[in-house]
Design a binder for this molecule. Structure first.
Ligand SMILES: *Cc1c(COP(=O)(O)O)cnc(C)c1O
Length: 452
């Protein structure tokens, strides 16, 4: 990536970035503390205290840049004062080593395919970047970091893959025996090297309890440096802003030179928050369309101005089934708790499974494009907004590969989605997991005595 190194603009950050807690009780932290701790003691979320601007000339020439050049310019602007540039560039190169195509649906509509990473979902972007940032800081401290993760399936496979081979870190994954799909179990248990899978004879709640007890075990923490791979870690959010700039660049390269609408299939609102940060850095976006399934706390908040989270409802777009999204706290901070201000940048709408399936069929029959259920919710919300604004070009993020939701896609479209080779390969590998009971003493002994 030699073109990247000579890239001149490093934004206008002055001094190190500080990360404050959205609960405003714990003290602000530097990047290293924010990344290794994940969550401040007051249980808020870390948020950058100042969001730097990209220089205007960056946007003038952005259509001539590739993904890595764009990501490098943005990461140096955000984190350039906190870490050496060559380390940041290495982390970008290693973590974002897959394509992110912008696919044209028709005259005005484009799809940004974020699912070409190793576990076929956009969460690879955040997880891979976070893993390498943690690896950098643990090497820096000279102590091996042990990451504990309780998983009911999907998060675990993205995390297992993201941390594989990262120096200075070992990962212990706990999953409930017999309760994850066979594909997920293979993804969790076939990584080898620094990834250790524990098959727990109990429920997902048992796995979570074991992890929580370990974090609270003072004596254990004297022997091992433990951390979690939390989904609200700031290191997962930062790289998600890169592809918004890239999507704009690709659109501009097609000579579609207007400020676009961007639809985001939303659950815990991390992806939307990253987009809003990109906009704050100067990215031209007319509006974000926050697409929700029946878990519609954000949609209702934008309508009424009141935040009233509700219990989670299961849907076919299950990675978006979040009744009380964590990143709502970050969005509120970005907009100074002013709902009117947020409404200028974000429109939100919510759709049920019937509407989601109808959209999958409609796009398949009209454009020949196979959407997964999450991307389909995105298009539903986009189309709702386009009734008042049909001329603006728009980009819908597609967050998962349709093969990850094989049965739903097949049922809905009457044809099966293609299964990528990566998924077929993993099914051929041999499972390697340690079987444990749900007793804490046994888990503790494993960590202290058996963990290589
Ligand atoms: C996690 C996830 C989402 C929701 O993203 P958030 O950042 O939590 O809003 C959407 N689609 C897929 C496939 C996901 O895995």
């Amino acid at each position: 990536m030699n073109t990247v190194v000579s890239f001149p603009q490093v934004g206008d950050t002055e001094g190190k970035m500080e990360y404050y807690s959205t609960n405003h009780i714990s003290a602000a932290a530097d990047l290293k503390t924010a990344v290794l701790k994940g969550m401040p003691d007051d249980k808020g979320l870390y948020m950058p205290d100042d969001i730097p601007q990209m220089p205007p000339r960056f946007f003038e020439n952005i259509h001539k840049l590739g993904f890595h050049e764009i990501a490098t310019a943005v990461v140096l602007t955000l984190l350039g004062e906190d870490m050496p540039a060559n380390e940041l560039i290495r982390i970008v190169d290693e973590s974002l080593n897959f394509v992110i195509p912008l696919v044209r649906l028709d005259d005005k509509r484009y799809i940004l395919e974020l699912f070409h990473g190793p576990t076929l979902a956009f969460k690879d972007v955040g997880a891979r970047f976070m893993a390498r940032l943690m690896g950098y800081y643990s090497k820096d401290s000279g102590r091996t970091l042990t990451v504990l993760v309780a998983t009911s399936g999907d998060t675990g496979s993205a995390v297992a893959d993201a941390f594989k081979g990262v120096e200075g870190i070992r990962v212990v994954l706990l999953y409930p025996s017999g309760m994850v799909s066979s594909l997920q179990e293979r993804q969790l248990s076939t990584q080898g090297s620094n990834i250790h899978a524990l098959e727990v004879q109990g429920s997902f709640d048992d796995c979570q309890r074991l992890v929580k007890t370990a974090f609270g075990d003072t004596e254990l923490n004297e022997h091992l440096q433990l951390t979690s791979a939390n989904s609200i870690n700031i290191a997962r959010l930062i790289p998600q802003s890169f592809y918004y700039f890239f999507a704009y660049a690709r659109l501009k390269a097609e000579a579609v030179n207007t400020v676009p609408l961007i639809a985001v299939p939303s659950g815990n609102l991390g992806n939307l928050t990253a987009g809003l940060i990109a906009k704050r850095m100067g990215l031209p976006v007319k509006r974000f369309i926050a697409a929700c399934n029946r878990n519609d706390s954000l949609t209702r908040y934008l309508k009424s101005g009141k935040y009233e989270p509700e219990a989670t409802i299961p849907t076919i777009s299950n990675a978006m089934d979040v009744g009380d999204p964590s990143n709502f706290a970050r969005i509120r901070e970005l907009y100074g708790h002013a709902v009117d201000f947020l409404r200028q940048d974000v429109f939100s709408a919510s759709f049920d499974d019937t509407a989601t399936r109808e959209m999958m069929r409609k796009i398949f029959h009209s454009c020949g494009y196979v959407l997964d259920p999450h991307g389909a919710v995105g298009l539903c919300a986009l189309e709702a907004y386009r009734q008042q604004d049909p001329e603006t070009p728009c980009i819908c993020l597609e967050t998962a590969h349709p093969a990850k939701f094989y049965d739903t896609v097949r049922e809905t479209l009457g044809t099966a989605p293609d299964i990528p080779e990566m998924l077929q390969e993993v099914m051929k590998k041999e499972k390697r997991a340690t079987l444990l009971t749900a007793a804490y003493a046994e888990f503790r002994r494993f960590l202290l005595e058996k963990l290589p």
